[in-house]
Each structure stands twice: as structure tokens, then as C-alpha cells.
Design a protein around this ligand. Structure first.
Ligand SMILES: [Zn+2]
Length: 456
């Protein structure tokens, strides 16, 4: 299998066009009809709504199918599943009307804070991922298929991660990209060692791990000579200050990505300035925006802001329906200056992460952006200290920030004043900063946690 087996340039160029809208409706009708015919659960639900899957329109679909939280759905399934071995597998397969033995890969979130949340894949699902990712590779290389063939990629996300773990390895190898599955479980040590031994030239990892490698192993990553850094699972790569730090550190272009499961593909492009992630799979997923609080629809217009809702148009990795990802994003419909297709989104944060300080909405990722702008006078590590459950925060917003190596104690007060002023100018919130010595806050190799709760 190689790149050419999965890439379809006509579909790639069709993104964000009126043509693709017709294709979406056609695929939605096909997709619903398939499940209507094979899953008694889907048939019962569709019949209860009095709609016809073969003739469904977008408006009817959105009225008939309630908004579901992807994590909530899988989470409640996982909680039930803890009581009975195999329950989750039978339940998922039953809901989709397939034989449980049709699953070829069973993954889950790590389950460190509760039950592992299941993500299962059929053979067909594994074929959708490289179709989406092939468009991402085409965009970042400017269509240079030889460059794609020469990619030798470190897989540096948690290997047990449901999307970016083993499924990513499956996806890259199908595209003819050499994949080195190291995982993030062992930290940056094994990643650097494997990169050197096997002469890796690109890496997939979280932005916090990429930043950590810039901080602790700059000479080694420069010597390895990565050409592309693909980040995801966290918003960092879309924050200008973080992007600049990682690109300067790696001397390589950083791409901010989202998706994979079900073929979903969003990625930032080669524009020097971050312009958001291009959505490259309009023919595989329907998107809409809803208000983060009221869940009411937000009109699909340039620069609109809302929580992302997605509906798959093929495959078995999600049941048919409308799923909220929990991410709040801003939409850009105008063509990107890079010339590549697809509408774009910039992530604002997660609905669950949203904080409200005197009515002003603040996302931890935005605070991260301001703090990173003060490196090296700060290390970049910080925590937002919450004394009561979010989103409401009694002002001032409390931050615990690590000062940089070599910063004198007598300069800290003035530096705190500078950061507070910058944050007020950019985020309309004036925080209160307490200082902590370099390397005293715990480092994350999986996902960064910016919140410290004193109320639990
Ligand atoms: Zn672009």
C-alpha cells in the first residue's frame, strides 16, 4: 500500500465548495440508510422521529438527531461495561448492527481517572484514516509524493492513545511512510535515541512534548534534523508564541492537527503566520457550530465562534449522529493565503476548560500563549489555581508561574506586573501571580494540565 492508493486529488480540491455540499447530503442519506437497514437500534430511533433516511435533508437531520457528547456517550458505556466482561464490545457492535468479530482493533483512552473509554475499529475504518491523512501529507509537502515516500516518522504520542497511538501507526504505514512507534510513555529519552539510531526526519507528538524537547535537548533535536513536526491532542501548536518556540527549536515547520478517527483530517498549512487548521474531509464529515452554553445553532459564517459538532458520513468508528467534540473554535471561510483548499478553524479551548472571570471568558490555552511569550524570563510552566469549581472564577484569576533560570528575585515583582499588564491587554483579565522556582511544577509528556484545584 502506498500514498497513491489512498489519495484522491479531485476530492481534495473539492473541499469547501458547493459541489461537496451535494456530495455530503448524498453520503448522509446513504450512511443513515445503511444503519437503518442493519441496526435495530438505529431503525427504532429513526422511526420514532418519523423521518426517511433515504430522503433526509440537513435541516431534518439536525432536528431529528439530538446533540451528543462523544465522551459522554462512550463514558457511560464504559461505566456500564465495568460491571460485565465484554459488555462494551457487544453493546457497541449491537448499536451499529455489526458482528463484534468485525472489529480488528480495540483501543481506549488510558482510563487514569476512571474507566477507559472505548474506541473500536473495523477493517473499513482503518482504510478511512489514510484517505484523510493522505490529503494532509499532500498539503504539507506541496504534492511532493517522493518527499512523502521518504518520510521516516517517530510516533511520539502515547501508544495506547485511542487515535494517535496504534491507529496512527496503521495509518502512516498504509501511506508508505516509514513509522517508528516509540510512544510517549517512556518520555523524551527513548524518542531521541530512536530518532538518532533510525535517522527519523519527522515526528508526531503533543506540543508540550515538543516544547519539552526544545527546552532539554536542543542540540540533539537540531542534529537529528526533523523536517516536519506534527502536533495534536492539545491546542499548543496553534498558539503563536508556542509555534514560534517549537519551529525555532526544531528548525522545522510545525503543523497543528486534529482528527484521524473515522478519517477526519484537519491540519494547519505552510503559511508562516498561523491561519488555523484547514478541514480536508468535507466529504467524510459534516460540521456545524453551536453556542457553548445554550447549545443553540450558530450560523455557519466567516469568523463565527462556537462549539464544534461533527457527524460522520461513513465508517463504524462512531454511530450515526451529531457529536460535540467539546472544542470551542472560530471559523474562517475565506480562502487561505497558502492557496490550499478547505475552510479553517482556530481553536479557542475546550468547553470544559472555559473559565469566566467577571463574565469575561478565558481559556487556559490563551493564558499559555501569554506566558510563553515571556520565555526565557519564565520557563513557560504555570498553573491556574482554582479555589472553587469552574467555570466561574472569583477575581483575580490566580496564576502560579515558574520564573526562568537566572532571574533575580528582586526583578520578580516588576516581571509579574509586566505579565499582568500583557494579559489584561490581550485577554481582558488581570491575574494575580505568585512565583515558583524553575522545574518545581510537574512536566507532562502526554497532556498538559494547566489547572490546580484547591477545592478537592
Ligand atoms: Zn493555509
Amino acid at each position: 500500500m502506498a500514498f497513491e492508493d489512498y489519495f484522491d486529488e479531485k476530492l481534495y480540491r473539492m473541499q469547501n465548495t458547493p459541489e461537496v455540499k451535494d456530495l455530503q447530503i448524498h453520503k448522509l442519506q446513504q450512511h443513515l440508510t445503511k444503519f437503518y437497514n442493519q441496526s435495530p437500534a438505529v431503525k427504532a430511533f429513526v422511526d420514532s422521529q418519523g423521518v426517511s433516511p433515504e430522503k433526509i435533508t440537513l435541516d431534518v437531520f439536525r432536528q431529528a438527531f439530538p446533540l451528543l457528547g462523544q465522551d459522554t456517550m462512550r463514558g457511560s458505556l464504559a461505566a456500564e461495561g465495568a460491571k460485565q466482561p465484554g459488555f462494551v464490545v457487544d453493546m457497541m457492535a449491537g448499536m451499529l448492527g455489526i458482528d463484534p468479530n468485525d472489529y480488528v482493533l480495540m483501543c481506549a483512552t488510558s482510563g487514569t481517572t476512571g474507566e477507559p473509554t472505548p474506541y473500536f475499529f473495523t477493517a473499513e475504518d482503518l482504510e478511512w484514516m489514510p484517505r484523510g491523512t493522505s490529503r494532509n501529507m499532500f498539503m504539507v509537502t506541496g504534492g511532493d509524493t517522493e518527499a512523502i515516500r521518504r518520510m521516516r516518522a517517530i510516533q511520539g504520542f502515547g501508544l495506547s492513545m485511542f487515535g494517535a497511538g496504534v491507529p496512527l501507526v496503521e495509518c502512516l504505514t498504509r501511506l508508505g511512510i516509514t513509522c517508528i512507534p516509540v510512544g510517549a510513555e517512556g518520555g523524551s529519552g527513548p524518542i531521541l535515541k530512536f530518532s538518532e539510531r533510525f535517522a527519523a526526519n519527522c515526528i508526531w507528538c503533543t506540543p508540550s512534548l515538543a516544547e519539552y524537547m526544545v527546552d532539554t535537548a536542543l542540540d540533539r533535536i537540531r542534529a537529528i534534523g526533523f523536517k516536519h513536526v506534527f502536533c495534536g491532542a492539545e491546542p499548543g501548536a496553534g498558539i503563536p508564541e508556542v509555534k514560534q518556540k517549537i519551529e525555532e527549536g526544531f528548525q522545522a515547520r510545525l503543523y497543528d492537527g486534529m482528527g484521524l478517527i473515522g478519517g477526519l483530517t484537519l491540519s494547519s498549512c505552510n503559511a508562516d503566520e498561523y491561519t488555523g487548521m484547514h478541514h480536508l474531509t468535507d466529504d467524510m464529515f459534516l460540521f456545524e457550530l453551536v453556542d457553548p452554553e445554550t447549545k443553540e445553532p450558530v450560523p455557519w459564517e466567516d469568523q463565527a465562534i462556537g462549539t464544534i459538532v461533527m457527524s460522520p458520513l461513513q465508517g463504524y468508528s462512531m454511530p450515526p449522529g451529531r457529536f460535540s467534540s467539546g472544542d470551542v473554535a472560530q471559523l474562517f471561510l475565506a480562502p487561505c493565503k497558502c492557496g490550499e483548499p478547505g475552510w479553517r478553524i482556530k481553536m479557542r479551548g475546550r468547553t470544559d476548560d472555559m473559565l469566566k472571570v467577571k463574565g469575561v471568558i478565558v481559556y487556559p490555552s490563551a493564558v499559555d500563549g501569554v506566558i510563553t511569550g515571556f520565555v526565557p524570563r519564565v520557563t513557560g510552566e504555570f498553573r491556574i489555581v482554582l479555589d472553587s469549581p469552574p467555570p466561574r472564577v472569583e477575581p483575580p484569576l490566580k496564576l502560579k508561574v515558574e520564573y526562568g533560570e537566572g532571574v533575580k528575585e528582586e526583578d520578580l515583582e516588576a516581571l509579574a506586573g509586566e505579565i499582568e499588564g500583557e494579559m489584561h491587554a490581550k485577554l481582558k483579565v488581570r491575574p494575580s501571580i505568585t512565583w515558583t522556582a524553575p522545574m518545581t511544577l510537574e512536566r507532562a509528556t502526554h497532556k498538559t494540565n494547566f489547572i490546580e484545584k484547591t477545592y478537592e
